[in-house]
Ligand binder design. Structure first.
Ligand code: AMP
Length: 216
């Protein structure tokens, strides 16, 4: 079962992708997480993409296409995968299509988690993350028990560099210009499933599992 999660930054794609990954025992492949790991490790790749990510722009297609190609050639994707944050441009979508065709696979579900711009700006601006365990909180909808501290590690939560207000606006604009057309791309291929991402996390999860449930 090969799935791609579509939608603006902050729509909850990552949270839902984790549920799918656990439920169907397939890897959750988040290109954003992969790039952040490279940045934390200060690898050559990490240093190269750092400025672009902090500014809210997209990393070059050619680089992303290569990263995903390498990742999708690993044996753990045999039963399927859930891609989160990829493809983000038409060129990435087309190259993914070609790669999967070459591997004798295809995208079975493109799940579009739809959330309006004003909700996204508010969500991302109030998102905080634990620098130690990576757990994500939201000061409004999912606050930590103690003010500003991770429930598990008890260390002060931080704001992701690209969740700062100016960058959030840019990320949304980049999404609308570059990624929104990819949704149409999958609609035309009859694999697009749209879910209202403003609903409660559990509700979104139920709807999603309902859509994917037939494959069991
Ligand atoms: P995310 O956590 O998915 O919002 O990704 C964080 C940042 O990583 C994005 O704002 C981009 O700068 C970069 N990034 C992640 N995935 C991609 C992609 N498929 N294409 C280009 N840049 C990406």
């Amino acid at each position: 079962m090969n799935i791609v999660m579509m939608g603006p930054p902050g729509a909850g794609k990552g949270t839902q992708a984790k549920y799918i990954s656990e439920r169907f025992v397939i890897p959750h492949i988040s290109t954003g997480d992969m790039l952040r790991e490279e940045m934390s490790a200060q690898s050559d790749l990490g240093k190269k993409v750092e400025e672009v990510i902090k500014s809210g722009k997209l990393v070059d297609d050619s680089l992303m296409i290569e990263i995903v190609k390498v990742r999708l050639s690993r044996p753990d994707v045999e039963k399927g995968f859930v891609l989160d944050g990829y493809p983000r441009t038409l060129s990435q979508a087309e190259s993914l299509n070609e790669l999967l065709r070459f591997l004798g696979k295809d995208v079975k579900y493109a799940v579009y988690v739809e959330v309006p711009k004003d909700v996204i700006i508010e969500r991302l601006s109030s998102r905080r993350v634990c620098p130690k365990c990576g757990h994500i909180y939201n000061l409004i909808s999912n606050p930590p028990k103690a003010d500003g501290l991770c429930d598990v590690c008890h260390v002060p939560l931080v704001t992701r560099e690209d969740d700062k207000p100016d960058v959030v606006k840019r990320r949304y604009d980049v999404y609308y210009e570059m990624t929104f057309p990819v949704i149409e791309y999958y609609r035309k291929r009859n694999v697009l499933f749209t879910i209202d991402g403003t609903l409660a996390v559990e509700k979104v999860k139920d709807m999603l599992l309902n859509i994917l449930g037939d494959d069991n």
